[in-house]
Design a protein. Structure first.
Length: 184
């Protein structure tokens, strides 16, 4: 980590493959609160939902309760920080015949996240919409260059770069990187 006295941006990330909002609640609460408060962030961004979209055995009400607890905890520790909730990506279901079908739970996750973001004063970035809507992942996988992996879940480096540009443009209108493009 490199930090300087002059102004700029410090980016701290915690990206844990396979993580879900409920895992956030399992972290040591005192230690978590201490470290987050010491960082004094100006913005806290949360990106959950893609994994939870496949958790059909977990009632959507449980997911909503858990995500609400995560947001509440962050708002308690960093009440002056801006908050951004990044929704799940499009994640179609692989069918036995090799085709792909929409995953209905994704829309329900997006609905919960949009509502909780509004309730808690957070911004919401609708990743499914950004990608081009339901089933857009299939186009991201076949685009040239590919923007997503053949697993139809994870993005490629160009896909993550495109996502980063999209989030930056949403946060800082007029400052998007040159050459950014939409996949439709």
């Amino acid at each position: 980590l490199m930090e300087r006295r002059r102004s700029g941006v410090v980016l701290d990330t915690v990206g844990i493959p396979g993580s879900r909002a409920v895992h956030h609640l399992q972290w040591n609460d005192l230690l978590y609160r201490e470290h987050l408060s010491r960082r004094r962030p100006d913005l806290v961004a949360l990106a959950y939902g893609t994994n939870e979209a496949g958790d059909d055995d977990v009632p959507i009400e449980d997911y909503e309760r858990q995500l609400r607890q995560v947001i509440t905890r962050i708002r308690e520790v960093t009440p002056h920080a801006s908050c951004l909730l990044i929704g799940p990506s499009d994640r179609p279901i692989a069918m036995p015949d090799g085709t792909w079908a929409p995953r209905p739970r994704t829309a329900r996750i997006v609905e919960v996240q949009r509502r909780l973001a509004m309730e808690s004063g957070c911004a919401f970035f609708d990743l499914v919409d950004f990608m081009g809507g339901e089933m857009a992942m299939t186009r991201w996988v076949t685009s040239k260059p590919p923007m997503a992996q053949p697993d139809h879940v994870h993005l490629t480096r160009p896909g993550y770069e495109r996502l980063g540009e999209g989030v930056a443009k949403a946060l800082l209108p007029g400052r998007a990187a040159k050459g950014s493009r939409k996949i439709r």
